[in-house]
Design a protein around this ligand. Structure first.
Ligand code: KG4
Ligand code: ZN
Length: 333
């Protein structure tokens, strides 16, 4: 079964093609337009999706060496995400479905991030997790621990009560004057710094829940107080600030994962979402897994941030289940 998928929930326009679970192509057009604004501007995102969607899909089909009529179903991200951005993808998918007479499949973006672990890549040996497994889903909008009992039976057993982990990276990066999105910059700079140099607040919330707003405030106050004494404080201590911040975020995340493993007695642990591209988090999880005897599942970097390949494989499982969407479907933000 050939599935074409569209992902347009935030600021990446992406199209991908799978044959069953095998990835044939994945194309991502990122939107540089937001960088100068320090965050995603929804109206600009919708406009860029509108401009990018047709060439992105055309390239994905070309790379997969398939014509539109060889596609068996079209999957799209229904939400969560920005309404204007989602509308572009949903409307394109409907047009494609009408023109080719093929069915539509709606996919939840977060489920897509998790099911990306079931993608087969042509050049990689990878054992997918078996059910049940736990997934730490960490992105710019979400931070959750999800208990996966099957492809579609997902229970959120822990979630953030305020900011997402990606937001904590991005907002603290802004305090240091780093470009948006700040996560990758902090990752790179942290490699040279001392993770124990600065201490920031850690949350006191329910056992599997997360909170990052206290950390963000504590980071902001540390920087503000130090800059008052020395205006070059940030540039002189950039690597240590990044390493200490990253270390604190990773500790908060993995403490909850450890508790979830204990509570549910499940030792298969996966990560997903944009923040799972973070080198420190990937290394720390692999190390913890080795120490504790867990099996850990760490996705290829290009599958961590938003992409249509994950929507395509999720769409494949839905198609197997006979779950198709009606033509009057609308985005769900
Ligand atoms: O999953 P994603 O692409 O979009 C959402 O669904 O939100 O995640 C984007 C988030 C941003 O906050 C970005 O800063 C963060 O993922 N991110 C990283 C890294 N790469 C992306 N955070 C830390 N380290 C990275 N290497
Ligand atoms: Zn995402």
């Amino acid at each position: 079964m050939n599935i074409l998928a569209i992902e347009s929930s935030c600021d990446d326009t992406s199209a991908a093609v799978v044959t069953n679970t095998l990835l044939r192509s994945s194309v991502i057009a990122s939107q540089a337009v937001h960088q100068s604004w320090g965050g995603v501007v929804p109206e600009l995102a919708s406009r860029a999706h509108q401009a990018n969607i047709v060439p992105t899909v055309a390239e994905a089909l070309k790379k997969a060496e398939l014509t539109p009529n060889e596609i068996d179903a079209i999957a799209f991200t229904r939400g969560p995400g920005l309404l204007g951005s989602l509308l572009v993808g949903v409307s394109f998918a409907k047009g494609f479905a009408l023109a080719t007479g093929k069915p539509l499949i709606e996919v939840n973006h977060l489920q897509g991030h998790i099911l990306s672990h079931f993608l087969q890549l042509p050049d990689r040996e990878y054992n997918a997790p078996t059910f049940p497994f736990l997934c730490l889903l960490v992105s710019g909008g979400h931070t959750q621990i999800v208990l996966m009992r099957s492809h579609f039976d997902m229970e959120i057993v822990g979630t953030t009560i305020d900011d997402a982990a990606g937001e904590a990276f991005d907002k603290c990066a802004k305090v240091m004057g780093l470009p948006y999105p700040g996560g990758p910059h902090i990752d790179r700079l942290a490699a040279e710094g001392d993770p124990l140099r600065f201490k920031f607040a850690r949350p006191m919330v329910g056992e599997l829940d997360f909170s990052f707003s206290g950390l963000k405030t504590s980071f902001l106050y540390t920087v503000r107080d130090e800059v008052a004494k020395n205006e070059n404080f940030v540039e002189q201590n950039l690597a240590d600030l990044c390493a200490s911040l990253q270390h604190t975020i990773i500790t908060i995340l993995l403490k909850r994962v450890e508790k979830a493993v204990k509570k549910y007695g499940i030792t298969q642990v996966a990560i997903g979402g944009g923040v799972s591209a973070n080198s420190g988090l990937r290394n720390a999880l692999a190390l913890l897994g080795d120490q504790k005897g867990w099996q850990t599942f760490i996705p290829e970097r290009f599958l961590t941030t938003d992409n249509a390949a994950m929507i395509a494989v999720a769409g494949y499982f839905k198609a197997l289940n006979g779950e198709f969407a009606p033509m009057d479907i609308v985005p769900q933000t």
